[in-house]
Design a protein around this ligand. Structure first.
Ligand code: NAD
Length: 503
């Protein structure tokens, strides 16, 4: 098969001209074969700043369009995504290495958030609040914010953009997007798909969406630009440590969606068949390259010898291979650096007394493609690499005996994204969800850590950054709130009974 040619055909069908794909400095490789599939031109800092200015101009027009009408544009975007689901899903598989159902699932998530945002466009509600002053009315209004900067990671190359963009557009904002330098092609596809929706919509301002192709330096232009009041940045905690303070320095808002080190607890009463499947998908799915991937597993000593041998067997038998040509469940790692990181973590785990099943590289005839067998590591205790996120399919398994102690271990890492418990004991599940339970932004019972739906607010605590995007009331971060008090009386009573009479 010719991956490069197929990439060009897919992009052509979605509306990206072939001329954009060659002759540039930014080399794009498919992790499936390791081959070069495009060389895009990175944007200069000056052109990135110009794009932000253009998006700011577009915002000043778009904010005056009634919100339900803005929703119509997002409805059309959802329609275009439906029409191009197969092509965009396939391109995600080519550019990231996701298996077909996950590539398509990512596009489905985009469609889902568009549907959500269309409904939201008629529900940007503010409160009416009881006032202490007679003849007065107090209320909240929500206004568009401005240019929303989106910086995204390689592993959800298109869904993360749509979670932010669909809400940002209905909220009356424009969007400037800096996709991962590892996955710019799917971003170009989204830009073209969005342009189709804009053409059908008719009178949207030019510049509503700008895509900035480039590396971290281009992201920094977005982070530092005074006309970007909000940056939603998804990526590593290392990136967040740089981006967060820079935004704070200029009092811009941040939605930080950073690394996870997600854990599951398997209790004595757990349905082990169900737990096994959830653990296998959570830990090995997407080759361990989800922010919500299950990385730590605590198993009660009474069920350890029933569950862990079965898990070992699943690790030994899971299929690893090309997502484009086989029906394997585990595709490639994104690149060599990811493979090196995995190797280093496994060596460190061994030094801490870890017993490893799997983890070896799988040769597939492409020297620059990095396929690995997922690794299951039985650890004597939570130490060393277990405390960090390694963005690869490594699951550390530990035995526990005491519920209080396991809750403490569960929370004893820097990240706080996703978590789950497998139990049929009501008290255990309620304690896990309670104030003294999981400290994560996502806490699940009898389902795994990965695979969130768009209806809930998505994000995590601590070193995961504290941001929330997607469903629930996450939209509020994309708008500014004004509290309005209207006096319809003939007097001027002051709040708190203060008197200030002048002659
Ligand atoms: P990364 O941090 O290397 O890069 C992410 C993005 O940030 C890229 O677009 C990159 O160019 C940009 N960037 C990096 N440093 C920057 C800086 N100083 N200023 C501006 N932009 C900068 O992450 P990655 O390897 O692409 O993705 C994997 C990481 O992302 C993992 O840690 C994973 O857990 C995390 N992630 C988190 C979520 C979430 O919702 N919490 C979702 C997906 C991925």
């Amino acid at each position: 098969m010719n991956v490069r040619q197929e990439t060009q055909e897919l992009l052509g069908r979605m509306g990206v001209p072939a001329g954009r794909l060659s002759g540039g400095d930014l080399v794009v490789r498919s992790p499936v074969t390791g081959e070069k599939i495009a060389a895009l031109k990175s944007i200069s800092a000056a052109d990135a700043a110009n794009a932000i200015e253009a998006a700011d101009k577009a915002f000043r027009v778009w904010r005056n369009v009634p919100a339900p009408k803005r929703g119509e544009l997002v409805r059309l975007l959802g329609e275009e995504l439906r029409a191009h689901k197969a092509d965009l899903g396939r391109l995600v598989s080519i550019e990231v290495g996701k298996i077909p159902s996950e590539g398509l699932g990512e596009v489905q998530e985009m469609i889902d958030i568009c549907d959500f945002a269309v409904g939201l466009s008629r529900q940007l509600y503010g409160l009416t609040i009881a006032t202490e002053r007679p003849g007065h009315r107090m209320m909240e209004t929500w206004h568009p914010l401005g240019v929303v900067g989106v910086i995204s990671a390689f592993n959800f190359p298109v869904a993360v953009w749509s979670w932010n963009a669909a809400l940002a557009f209905v909220c009356g904002n424009s969007v400037v997007w800096k996709p991962s330098e590892k996955t710019p092609l799917t971003a170009l596809a989204c830009e073209a798909i969005f342009a189709r929706a804009v053409a059908r919509f008719g009178d949207a301002p030019e510049g509503l969406l700008k895509v900035l192709i480039g590396d971290r330096a281009v992201g920094e232009v977005l982070v530092d630009h005074p006309k970007v009041p909000l940056v939603s940045a998804t990526g590593s905690t290392r990136m967040g440590r740089d981006v967060g303070p820079r935004l704070a320095k200029r009092f811009a808002r941040a939605i930080l969606e950073l690394g996870g080190n997600n854990a599951g607890i398997v209790c004595p009463s757990a349905d082990l068949d169900m737990a096994l499947r959830a653990i296998a998908f959570g830990a090995m799915g997407t080759a361990g390259q989800r922010c919500t991937t299950l990385r730590r597993l605590f198993v009660h000593e009474s069920v350890y010898d029933q569950l862990v041998p079965r898990l070992r067997k699943a690790y030994e038998s899971v299929s690893v291979g090309s997502p484009l040509e086989t029906s394997a469940l585990v595709g490639p790692l994104i690149d060599k650096a990811a493979y090196s990181g995995m190797t280093r973590a496994l060596e460190a785990a061994k030094a801490e007394g870890g017993k490893i099943t799997g983890g070896a590289r799988v040769e597939n005839g492409h020297a620059e493609a990095y396929y690995v067998r997922p690794a299951l590591v039985e650890m004597p205790k939570q130490a060393g690499p277990v405390l960090e996120e390694t963005f690869a399919p490594i699951l550390y398994v530990m035995k526990y005996s005491d519920f209080d102690a396991v809750l403490a271990d569960h929370n004893a890492v820097g990240a706080g994204l996703s978590s789950s418990i497998f139990t049929r004991d009501l008290m255990e599940s309620e304690r896990f969800l309670s104030v003294e339970g999981s400290d994560c932004g996502i806490a699940n019972v009898n389902i795994g850590t990965s695979g969130a739906e768009i209806g809930g607010a998505f994000g995590g605590e601590k070193e995961t950054g504290g941001g929330r995007e997607s469903g629930s009331d996450a939209w509020k971060a994309y708008m500014r709130r004004a509290t309005n008090t209207v006096n319809y009386s003939k007097a001027l009573p002051l709040a708190q009974g203060v008197s200030f009479d002048i002659d």
